[in-house]
Ligand binder design. Sequence first.
Ligand code: ASP
Length: 348
Amino acid sequence: MSQKDKNSILIIYTGGTIGMIRNSMTGALESFDFDHLIRHVPELRQFNLNISSRAFNPPIDSSDMTPEFWGRIAEVIYTNYDKFDGFVILHGTDTMAFTASALSFMLEGLMKPVILTGSQLPIGVLRTDGKENLLTAIEIAAAKHCDGTPVVPEVCIYFHHKLMRGNRCTKTSADSFDAFNSNNYPNLAEAGLEIKYNHAMIRPYVHNSVLALHKKMSSDIIIFSLFPGIQPRIVQNMLTGNELKGIIFRTFGAGNAPQEQWLVDALSEATDRGKIIVNVTQCSTGSVKMNLYETGLQLLEAGIVSGKDMTVEAALTKMMYLLGKELPIEEIRRMMKHNIAGEITVTK
Ligand code: ASP
């Protein structure tokens, strides 16, 4: 096989634990430059692939991730889209699910694999999970069907033997190697002796799809979680702020809130003034069903939109994306309930 016939993969290194080493003086973990990563994973050379890389300079801890950085990652993919068969993004685990969700909206019409991965232990450490995560992510990004179409033409997270749709993932463990879960959508592949793809759940490939880049995201929003004993004044102050355009409202169970008149009034007034409030559950699995109990129905009547089974990460980045497009408020409310990039289960 000539160099030209080989599949090509672009690795985008943003930072995070996967690319860290321990400072022998202070004992703290610090980022090292990307050449180090290749040195620590000589196995990369064994792939029958053309592998290129780009690195953030300086690399960032993913707690410092911002919509501007998402835009930079999306732009690198967009400008290199025709040159590569797949993309692997090395990213800190803390906000990886937010980045994966954001990219799924920013890269409209994507028909190539964009696989995010990272690790819980630095790649230079003996027991690292980073090597397996990186090597398998590359293999998945390069996988093709016999007709030459990619096996996974969507944004995913690969972590600890599981390939998951990016906008369905949440980081669920701060210390286990098994750090991510896709609670409301089946895994897209399991990597054991071989990689077993769940083809029926992977987004179908669409011929002639054109990639469009949407970098503008609006951050004038907040995630707000209910709790027993919530105080009127605090909620009212938050909801009356002019800058606030949208709220990801984390409710109890199937989308329920206390039956307090002040709360219903504050929410209704906010939606009347054009704030977009989306109801997502605090539970890690299951869906919002606002017509199940009186405690949910009152929210529906207050103009709150059901986020159904979306993760907080998906709901947040979807709202940022829709606000960034400056669509009419009613259109944003309508789109929040509808599927854009496989982030929500829409039942008829
Ligand atoms: N704080 C790190 C980050 O998210 C943790 C990790 O990489 O897993 O960048």
